[in-house]
Design a protein around this ligand. Structure first.
Ligand code: S3P
Length: 439
C-alpha cells in the first residue's frame, strides 16, 4: 500500500540514536545459519522487509527460523541433510541481495526452485549470477534477458569455477562462493575491485577456510569444497548505509549536533565517511570496539559548511548505496561535486542516477546527468516539490532528508519502501527533532 510523507525545514537536530542492524550482514547470518549444521543465534538482526523475505525464502528451502522474545533469532540449519525443493514459488520481495545469494546457495543442492520478486526486483539483471552458476553446471530456465521469475534446477553436483566478475559486486562474489561450498575442489573469484567482504568473514565464523590474496585494487578469494558449516553466534553490527541518512541530515540542518552509536566501520563500507571528511564534514569517531567480528564505533556529527569534491571512481564499491544521500549533501555544499564511474547505480532498486537527478532538479538544484554519473552544483535548495521514490527505499529517504534543510517542504509519493532497510527511520529521525509527517 502506498503512503506518502513530507519533510519540513527543521532546525538543530540533536540527540543519540543507535544505527539499525546491517542489512548485508543480516541476510548472510540467516542464509549461512540455514546452510549450517546445528543452531545459529543472531542478535541485532535488521527486522526490515528485505530480511523478512530472506527468512521466508530460507524457511521454504527447509530451515527453521524463529524470533525469540528478547528480539534475537534462532536458525536451525539444514546442515548435512541439505536444502529441499520448496513447495511454492520463492518470493524474495524487493531483496536483490537476498535472491542473488540464495540462488547461489540453493544451486549447490539437488533442487528445483522457482524464484520471483516485486516489480523492482523483477526488472533487475540476474545474468551476473546465473552466468557463473551455469558455468558450474546449474540449469536455469528464465525469460529472455535473465530476469525473475526464473527456475534453478541443479543435480547438486556443481563443478568449481575460477571466475572474474565483469562488475564489482559483492552479491556475485557471494553467490559463487556459496555455490562452491559443496563443489569438489577450489572455487575462485577474482575481484578487480574489492567489494564488501562480509561473506568471506562470516564463512570463516561458520568454520570455513577462506583464502584471500590482495591483487592490484582487488583480491582473489578462494574456498576448497566440500565444506560443512557449523552454526555459531552472530551479533549484527549497525548499518553504515542507514546511519548515512542521519549523518547527512545533521551535516545540512543548521545548528545540529547528534550522536550515532554502533556504526560498523569495515573499510569496504566506509567510502561515504571518507568522502564527507574531504568535503569538510565535522564527524568525530570514537569508542572503537569489536562486535560480531566487525569494528564498530560511535559517531558525533555536527552541522558543517561542506565543499564540493570529486569522488574517485575506485571508491565506488565502498559507498555504492550512498551516492543518492551524498548527492543530497552535495546540494548544500559550496562548489561542484562530481561522481563518476557509477553506472552500476542504474541497476539498483531503481535507476538511482536518474532518480537522484530528478529529485534534486525538481527541488531547484543544478545537476547534470551523464551515462555513468552526475555533477551536483551546490547552492540554495528551494525544495517545494513532490517527488517520486521509484519504489526505492534509499531514494525515498534521500528526498526526505533534503526536505529537512531545503527552503520549502519536500514530499514523496510513497514512503512504504523505507521499511525495506530502515523500519525505524521515522521514529529515529523524529527523536532527533526532524519534522517529517507521514500520510
Ligand atoms: C550488497 C552488495 C551491493 C549493494 C547491496 C548489498 C551485498 O550490491 O548495492 O545493497 O550485501 O552484497 P552489488 O553486489 O550489486 O554491488
Amino acid at each position: 500500500m502506498q503512503s506518502g510523507a513530507i519533510a519540513h525545514p527543521s532546525t538543530q537536530l540533536s540527540g543519540i540514536i543507535t544505527a539499525p542492524g546491517d542489512k548485508s550482514i543480516s541476510h548472510r547470518a540467516i542464509i549461512l545459519g540455514a546452510l549450517a549444521n546445528g543452531q545459529t543465534e543472531v542478535t541485532g538482526l535488521l527486522r526490515g522487509a528485505d530480511i523478512l523475505s530472506t527468512i521466508g525464502a530460507m524457511t521454504s528451502l527447509g530451515a527453521k527460523i524463529a524470533e525469540n522474545e528478547d528480539g534475537s533469532w534462532t536458525v536451525d540449519g539444514c546442515g548435512d541433510k541439505g536444502l529441499n525443493s520448496p513447495d511454492d514459488i520463492v518470493d524474495c520481495g524487493n531483496a536483490g541481495t537476498g535472491v542473488r545469494l540464495i540462488m547461489g546457495a540453493a544451486a549447490a543442492y539437488r533442487i528445483t526452485a522457482k524464484f520471483t520478486g516485486d516489480e523492482s526486483l523483477r526488472s533487475r539483471p540476474m545474468a551476473r549470477v546465473l552466468d557463473p552458476l551455469r558455468d558450474m553446471g546449474a540449469s536455469v530456465k528464465s525469460a529472455k534477458g535473465d530476469r525473475l521469475p526464473l527456475t534453478i534446477a541443479s543435480n547438486g553436483e556443481l563443478s568449481p569455477v575460477d571466475y572474474t566478475p565483469p562488475h564489482a559486486s559483492a552479491q556475485v562474489k557471494s553467490a559463487i562462493l556459496l555455490a562452491g561450498l559443496k563443489s569438489e575442489g577450489v572455487t575462485t573469484v577474482r575481484e578487480k575491485r574489492l567489494t564488501r567482504d562480509h561473506t568471506e568473514n562470516m564463512l570463516r565464523a561458520f568454520g570455513a577456510e577462506v583464502k584471500t590474496r590482495a591483487k592490484d585494487d582487488g583480491q582473489i578469494v578462494s574456498i576448497e569444497g566440500p565444506i560443512a558449516l557449523h552454526g555459531t553466534r552472530v551479533n549484527v553490527p549497525g548499518d553504515p548505509s542507514s546511519a548515512a541518512f542521519a549523518i547527512v541530515a545533521a551535516l545540512i540542518v543548521p545548528g545540529s549536533s547528534i550522536h550515532i552509536e554502533n556504526v560498523m566501520m569495515n573499510p569496504t563500507r566506509t567510502g561515504l565517511f571518507e568522502t564527507l571528511a574531504e568535503m569538510g564534514a565535522d564527524i568525530r569517531t570514537d569508542n572503537f570496539r569489536k562486535s560480531g567480528g566487525e569494528v564498530i564505533a560511535d559517531l558525533h556529527v555536527r552541522h558543517s559548511n561542506l565543499r564540493g569534491v570529486t569522488v574517485p571512481p575506485q571508491r565506488a564499491p565502498s559507498m555504492i548505496d550512498e551516492y543518492p544521500i551524498l548527492a543530497v549533501a552535495a546540494a548544500f555544499a559550496k562548489g561542484d561535486t562530481v561522481m563518476n564511474g557509477i553506472d552500476e547505480l542504474r541497476v539498483k532498486e531503481s535507476d538511482r542516477i536518474s532518480a537522484t537527478v530528478e529529485l534534486l532538479r525538481r527541488n531547484g538544484v543544478d545537476v547534470t546527468e551523464s551515462a555513468d554519473g552526475m555533477r551536483v552544483r551546490g547552492g540554495a535548495v528551494t525544495g517545494g516539490a513532490k517527488v517520486k521514490s521509484f519504489h526505492d527505499h534509499r531514494i525515498a529517504m534521500s528526498a526526505l532528508i533534503l526536505g529537512l534543510a531545503a527552503q520549502n517542504p519536500v514530499e514523496i509519493d510513497d514512503a512504504s519502501m523505507i521499511a525495506t532497510s530502515f523500519p525505524d527511520f521515522f521514529d529515529l529521525m523524529a527523536s532527533l527533532g526532524a519534522n517529517i509527517e507521514t500520510s
